[in-house]
Design a protein around this ligand. Sequence first.
Ligand SMILES: [Zn+2]
Ligand SMILES: [Zn+2]
Length: 655
Amino acid sequence: MTLSRVHWLRSGNSTDDRILAYAGRELARYLGKLTAVRPAVQGAEQIVAQPGVAWLGVCDTMPAPPAAALTPAAWDDGYAMWAEKDALHIAGRNSRSVLFGVYTFLERQGVRFVRPGPAGEVIPAIAELRLPPAPVVETPHYRHRGVCIEGATSLAHALGMVDWCAKRRLNTVFLQFVHSRYFYNQWYERSYNPQHAGRSLSDEEALAFDDQVIAAMKRRGLVFHRVGHGWTSAAFGMLRSGWVKETTPVPPDKIRWLAEVAGERKLFGGIPINTELCYSFQPAFDAFVETVTRYCETHPELDVVHVWLSDAANNKCECTECRKLTISDWYAQLINVLSDALHRRAPQTRFVFLAYIELLWPPEQVRILEGPRGVDGRPDNAILMFAPIRRCFNHALADPACDDGKQWPRPALNQFDVSRQNAFFVEALAAWCKAFRGDSFDFDYHLMWAVWRQLTDTAIARVLHEDLQSLKRMGLDGLISCQSFRAFYPSGLAMAALAESLWQPDRSWETVRETYMKAAFGEDAAAAGDYLRGIEPYLAVGDPHDRTLPLADADAQTLTSCAGFLRTSLTDLRARQKAAADPVRRLSLALLIHHGRLLQQIVASRQARLAGDLQAAHRALDAAADLLCRAEPRFSPYLDTMLALRLSVEAHRPT
Ligand SMILES: [Zn+2]
Ligand SMILES: [Zn+2]
């Protein structure tokens, strides 16, 4: 059948109507590509039964789906789609979910969103649309599903990521700091790839870019998170967006506000955002809360503000008054006061507090007053974010094999030490879940460093999938992945696992893997799978917690065997790439071929090292770096060259 018109039902809310109109246009645009018939799109007041029409709307304006009913919810997603008398109906729990429903309908027609941008979209030509034979109702397993900006990012990369998130039903994008200049400039200044170096963006230019990214999120109804670190120094007048060293002195009247460490009150390591406050000093405490609250009052576009303390350990105040409470207890006091202040002055904004470094141990004396999801009349604007930054990424969090068998009690003030294995983090989380029973999610780093260091994205994809199968049981309602927006290399499987398993984690790993490989590689899926599976044993390290570099301990025989495997695989992949008809699959194969060539140089470097020829080892790594830099113009949306250079190549440099 064909759909000749798309009608979206007016909701009575102009924000939702804009998103519904966008969902309608997206449906029409893709139907035009799929069937060569592009339907007209119009807003409508009510449903009038007609064949050949797609009706879109928030569930309270639509007829109830003939299966399970949906209830409207601003924070929780879900959609239904069904056919009735040759008309299509897509209803969502909110306008964003209607858009998710549209993309799901397109996937059911064979469309695949493999990577950001048109070069990542498989759109088959079809003769007939397939309406759902039975009503479909889908709700995600997790509330919070998204990504947080890191790495070297252009405006185009960020816009591409926002668009891809919506298409893969990820509902959240988090821009760190009060603007993203730090991340943009890693791209625009391109110090890692000087041939493409450009000029730095100013704060104002970064804010203007952010406005475009935020507008792209709002068009799709995505949940917008912002800030994180920086509030401690903003409170004493040094608002900074990044880990920058400060050259100007702290104003003399603010020195008393700074944490006293080893007898001194000064910037910690010279970096404002790494500097703590003396929370027992009331003016500093009040300024922290007031700075956050005032920011939220003047930024109504913000859905969730991240209110983190400094980004450093062993920098907490040692004064007599501060010593009376742990840093987590001081944080709990801030949370209580801030929750009230935001409830009164910026009720549209929720806030995230962060459990990591010294804050992994929950408060002992101060009770966080918020009840679960607004029970007891308290506002439910606080969200716990658990960030196990020093965890092991070779095991899932809940894997009992990842346990050092030691006790890790709260460290003494400014003597922070923590397990690198996951059993501790699971215990710490359980303790936090007793201290705070409200909304929560995991902030995690699979795709920040491990994915580049491991030299493949397929091993970490499996760990990510396993984590997502158990986060809810551990007390967390989702995950925001702290990562480069350019992490679709070499296969894109880890990004697919993130999106798929946040929505529906109960599918087996093999199903997730095979579904993605087919989407990305089409009829070459088996060959691509053979390559990715074949390379993994060479990259696995002897230490089960993955502390050494891949190939670092490989003997000469293993390196020869790996080089042989790469040579044979590349011959096969190149032939397939040449023959592939579909440009998206051709690009998928090109990324694998690039990866194989990169590994050839890493292996050559290791071989030279074993032979005692350090110069040749350096030359091979130079060639690896050159491969990455030269490919950047072509592969930049999928491969973060800066992080790959640092963690996949330079980490192997002989010293
Ligand atoms: Zn103090
Ligand atoms: Zn481990």
